[in-house]
Design a protein around this ligand. Structure first.
Ligand code: APR
Length: 224
């Protein structure tokens, strides 16, 4: 199977910001306030306001042709789609089994009992969990210092994949940033699709906007 890891660059042309590019989210917000358990404990209103705005942006965004191409690659070639993005645009493009390793904006998690449910339009720190009644409602996204989802499944896939491809990610946040090394250690060829080289650790690279590079690459693969 082809293992495809995606990052914010996949959704950039759908109008959603990246994190570290010029004007990116982490140049506008202090991530310690809006993407850590400490930030949530200190000021839940500020954190929830941040996610309410991101959820609204994501809900209004449309999957682009790169999302659609990866959904086609999953359907026609059994690609394993792992995303760091929380915008669920791959799912909305028709992908059926996306592994959301950093969680997803359209879901809510109870910090006390672990219950999950569909997010309301606006989350409020005084919302109560429907399961345990605790006032401990948070976005179902993985914050810095927390364990990403699906690492066992990802490790298995990185030992048996025929190819590892990274789309639109800067390769700066672990564990995702280490997947390319794991692929190399397992003798798996690696390719990056990005605006520019993210650090030169890939066997091959195609550079340009994802809406150009991803559909062209997927067409090549499906014609093999
Ligand atoms: N097409 C392709 N690639 C693009 C495009 C585009 N139109 N626009 C930007 N990129 C690339 C940039 O060159 C960069 O390599 O997308 C990448 C964006 O990097 P980041 O902003 O660091 O986003 P990402 O790699 O997804 O961040 C990883 O960090 O903060 C955490 O949880 C957050 O999931 C996120 C993780």
């Amino acid at each position: 199977m082809i293992f495809v890891l995606s990052g914010a660059g996949l959704s950039a042309e759908s109008g959603l910001g990246t994190f570290r590019d010029e004007g990116g989210l982490w140049t506008q917000y202090d991530l310690s306030e809006v993407a850590t358990p400490e930030g949530y404990a200190k000021n839940p209103t500020k954190l929830l306001d941040f996610y309410n705005a991101r959820r609204a942006n994501a809900a209004h965004a449309k999957p682009n042709v790169a999302h659609q191409a990866l959904a086609r690659l999953e359907a026609e070639a059994g690609a394993f789609l792992v995303t760091q993005n929380v915008d669920v645009l791959l799912d909305r493009a028709g992908a059926k089994s996306v592994l959301h390793m950093h969680g997803r904006l359209d879901r809510v998690l109870c910090n006390k009992c672990g219950a999950r449910w569909d997010a309301p339009e606006v989350m409020d720190p005084f919302d109560h969990c429907g399961q345990c009644g605790a006032q401990a409602v948070r976005p179902d996204v993985v914050w810095f210092g927390e364990m990403p989802h699906g690492l066992d499944e990802i490790e298995d896939a990185l030992s048996s994949a025929e190819m590892f491809v990274a789309v639109g990610t800067s390769g700066t946040v672990y564990p995702a940033a280490g997947f390319v090394e794991a692929a190399h250690a397992n003798g798996i060829p690696t390719l990056e699709l990005n605006l520019e080289p993210s650090g030169g650790r890939f066997d091959d690279g195609r550079y340009g906007p994802a809406t150009e590079t991803v559909p062209a690459w997927v067409d090549e693969i499906l014609k093999r």
